[in-house]
Every structure is written in structure tokens, then in C-alpha cells.
Ligand binder design. Structure first.
Ligand code: TXA
Ligand code: MG
Length: 335
């Protein structure tokens, strides 16, 4: 295996493919794999030099702490200190699209670079059967940000991964399209407050039902506005333009202007649908779960249409709508 991969293997998600992927990861290689949210770009989270390759491949400008993916709650408990509140959240949502930021456990093996030098660690037990198989075989934590080049839209298929990273990573495990479509919800259980660091695949309301109180919100809710005071628990990966496609993105579009590409939500389509250069509906039936699953693939497809602007229909802010609107605001913040 070359250190800066020249050829990226596309591995079938069968027994041989998963075994090959696990071997590459244990050797310090980079392997993209499906989770239920988006494809992750995996590296051995216990080795700084393996994690460093993630940054090279993604061309990420700065070191953010990464999520360490583990196969089980027991494996998570070896890496981080889960208090009663974190355990309740783990019981309710693991395996699944929830990431918990907790104090790093004294005997934990997640390396300093994966934690960006913090004394906390972000842990997630994904639900995707291929991810779980892979993590069991690797038998150590796997750091995995989304498998896209920095600043681009997150990948929800193996083709998206290759469009950004072909020749820069060792392999991609092809598990088809991901189900949830937006990244995991990140919740910090560090001090007395429980903080929402990133809205995602588990709706805020569902988390609040488990902890019995409102979450403190600790992310930049409206890019362009002054960020809240920086503190060690903010999610530094939440750059305003993190999810930008090439086209300009116009939000809350009640009408589509000639030449614009249209990202619709539910029928009937807004006035002007017929003049759109390209139009895709996130969910004809107005279902936010379906909309989240389609979000990044539709953004990519509309971007590829060549239109200068993607006009986005209004999307309700409840349930998964909070994560969808968060990603869309970041896309609209542009670069
Ligand atoms: O759905 C997902 O979460 C995907 C899939 C592949 O699992 N992964 C993902 O990972 O989005 P990543 O590494 O891009 O997300 C890391 C986020 C960043 O915003 C980072 O700043 C935050 O988690 N984070 C990680 N460790 C943290 C820590 N100790 N304190 C605060 N934020 C942390
Ligand atoms: Mg990402």
C-alpha cells in the first residue's frame, strides 16, 4: 500500500471487501465506508500518522477534533467517561446517528491528533451494518469525518466519495446510498449543561425527551452573525461555509427565477418551477426524513447542472428540518 495512494480500490461490501478494508485500516491506510448518515473517511484513530493522512486527503485547512467510531457501547466506555446522562443517551440512540463528546478516559487509546489535543473525545456507535462489521474487525476506534474534500458537500454514495477523493485514499467500501443523509447530532456531556454542538440525524426534540431538559445550543446558528464566545466545547468543524456547493444558494425561495436550479420541498412546486434550469424535490410528500436522505445528493446534482444559483424552497424547522436548514445555511454562506 502506498502512503499517498495512487489508486483507490472500490470494494464490494461483502465479507472479502470488509476484511480488506479492515486490513488497510489496521495498516494505517485510509478507507471510506458507509455509515447510516454519510460516508466517512476512516483512519486508525489510535495513530497520529494515520489520522494526519485524513487531513492531507481532504485538504482540510486546520486540525479539528474528529469523531471516533466504535463497534459497541462497551468499546465507547473504554475511550470516554460516560456519566448517567451520557449513558441514557447511549441507551436511547446507539447504535445510531448520535455523537457524544465526553471526557477522555484515562486508559483511552484515541490519539492526540484525533482529539486535536483536547481532553475530551467524540464517540459514536454507528448503526449501519457494514460500518459495524468493519469496526468489529478493525477492533480499535476509527476516526472518520465525512469523506469529501474540505468545503464540499458530504458524500452519500461511493460515487460521491470517488468524485472527490479518487487516487487520494486507499479504498472505498461501496454500501450503496446512505439512509439518513445528514451527519450525526453532536451532544457534549462535559459540564452540568448538555450542549447541542451540531444538529443532525437525531432530532433535538428526541434528545430533550431523554434528558428531560432543554439542550444548551452551542453552534453558530446563523452563519454571518457573530459566533458565540469560543470555548473548548464548541464544535470547531462547524465552519460557516462547510457545506458549500459551487453554485450560489438562495434560501427560502418562494419563486424560482429563470435560469436557476430549484431544490423543492413537497408539492405543489413553487411558482416558476417550469422556468428552472433543473429541479429536484427533496420529498414530494413533504417528509423531512426523506428530505434529509436526499439533501446532499440533490445539491450535488443541481450543482452539476451548471446553474449559477440553486434556489431552495422553504423547509420547516422541526425534527430533522433543523439539521437540513443548518446545512443549507452553511451552503448559502458560500466561499
Ligand atoms: O455523521 C457523522 O457524524 C459523520 C459520519 C462519517 O459518522 N462524521 C462526521 O465527522 O461528521 P466529523 O469528524 O466531520 O465531525 C466532527 C465534528 C466536528 O464539528 C468537530 O469539531 C466535533 O465533531 N468534535 C469532535 N470532537 C470534539 C470535541 N472533543 N469537542 C467538541 N467538538 C468535537
Ligand atoms: Mg464534513
Amino acid at each position: 500500500m502506498t502512503r499517498s495512494a495512487r489508486r483507490t480500490e472500490r470494494l464490494a461490501a461483502d465479507r472479502a471487501g470488509v476484511e480488506r478494508a479492515a486490513r488497510l485500516l489496521r495498516q494505517g491506510g485510509l478507507v471510506a465506508f458507509p455509515t447510516e448518515t454519510v460516508y466517512g473517511l476512516g483512519a486508525d484513530a489510535t495513530r497520529d500518522e494515520a489520522v494526519a493522512r485524513i487531513y492531507t486527503a481532504k485538504e482540510r485547512p486546520r486540525f479539528n477534533p474528529l469523531i471516533a467510531h466504535v463497534a459497541s457501547r462497551a468499546a465507547a466506555a473504554r475511550q470516554g467517561e460516560l456519566d448517567a446522562r451520557a449513558r441514557a443517551l447511549a441507551d436511547a440512540f446507539w447504535p445510531g446517528p448520535l455523537t457524544l463528546v465526553v471526557p477522555a478516559a484515562p486508559g483511552g487509546s484515541v490519539c492526540g491528533l484525533a482529539r486535536a489535543g483536547l481532553d475530551s473525545v467524540a464517540l459514536r456507535v454507528p448503526a449501519h451494518p457494514i460500518a459495524r462489521d468493519l469496526l468489529e474487525q478493525v477492533a480499535r476506534p476509527v476516526a472518520a469525518p465525512s469523506a469529501n474534500r474540505s468545503g464540499r458537500v458530504s458524500p452519500t454514495t461511493a460515487d460521491h466519495v470517488l468524485a472527490d477523493l479518487d487516487g487520494r485514499i486507499d479504498a472505498v467500501l461501496d454500501g450503496g446510498a446512505t439512509e439518513v443523509g445528514v451527519e450525526s447530532t453532536i451532544v457534549a456531556c462535559l459540564g452540568p449543561e448538555t450542549r447541542l454542538l451540531r444538529p443532525g440525524g437525531v432530532p433535538r426534540e428526541a434528545i430533550e425527551r431523554v434528558i428531560g431538559t432543554a439542550l444548551d445550543v452551542d453552534f453558530e446558528e446563523a452563519p454571518g452573525q457573530p459566533p458565540p464566545p469560543a470555548g473548548p466545547v464548541r464544535a470547531p468543524g462547524m465552519l460557516a461555509s462547510h457545506y458549500a456547493p459551487r453554485a450560489r444558494v438562495r434560501l427560502n425561495a418562494w419563486e424560482i427565477r429563470p435560469g436557476e436550479a430549484a431544490l423543492l420541498f413537497g408539492s405543489p412546486p413553487p411558482h416558476g418551477h417550469l422556468v428552472a434550469a433543473a429541479a429536484l424535490d427533496l420529498s414530494e410528500g413533504g417528509d423531512l426524513v426523506e428530505a434529509a436522505a436526499n439533501l446532499f445528493a440533490h445539491l450535488r446534482a443541481l450543482d452539476a447542472s451548471g446553474a449559477d444559483t440553486i434556489a431552495v424552497a422553504p423547509i420547516p424547522d422541526s425534527g430533522l428540518g433543523e439539521a437540513i436548514n443548518d446545512r443549507l445555511r452553511r451552503a448559502a454562506a458560500g466561499r
